[in-house]
Design a protein around this ligand. Sequence first.
Ligand SMILES: Cc1cc2nc3c(=O)[nH]c(=O)nc-3n(C[C@H](O)[C@H](O)[C@H](O)COP(=O)(O)O)c2cc1C
Length: 119
Amino acid sequence: MIAYAMAKTSYSGEMVRNTKRVILTIPGAEIADAVMGCGSTTGRNTDKAEKFGIELAKIEGNSIKIPFHSRVAIQCSLKEYYKVGDHYLYICNVEQAYGNDAEEALFAWNGYSKLHPAR
Ligand SMILES: Cc1cc2nc3c(=O)[nH]c(=O)nc-3n(C[C@H](O)[C@H](O)[C@H](O)COP(=O)(O)O)c2cc1C
């Protein structure tokens, strides 16, 4: 299992609660600027992939597309979720994990203010 938290207001969270499906990805360094853009915009009325020019790739047997430049993609089904303050904590069953070691993994530093590969 894997768990992650998202603000209650998040559109992504709403989609996951409705569909019970999610793919968690660690994006590649090449798309750092686009990732920061996506993290500062809601997808409620905007196609973020189009807006920030993110090339998408298909995962076999799943209708959710992921950024082509992903270091890791973890395909999950939602098991349950809990209210934790102003966030929901999502607990998911892991179905498949994919990796591409040609990509350098991006992580957030200083809260959400910086994105950088970890060394
Ligand atoms: C690098 C980065 C990491 C983020 N991580 C989280 C997180 O773990 N949980 C969260 O609720 N929001 C996080 N955010 C903020 C959301 O990405 C932001 O609220 C987003 O616009 C929500 O979009 P949505 O409404 O389409 O879900 C992060 C933002 C950035 C830039």
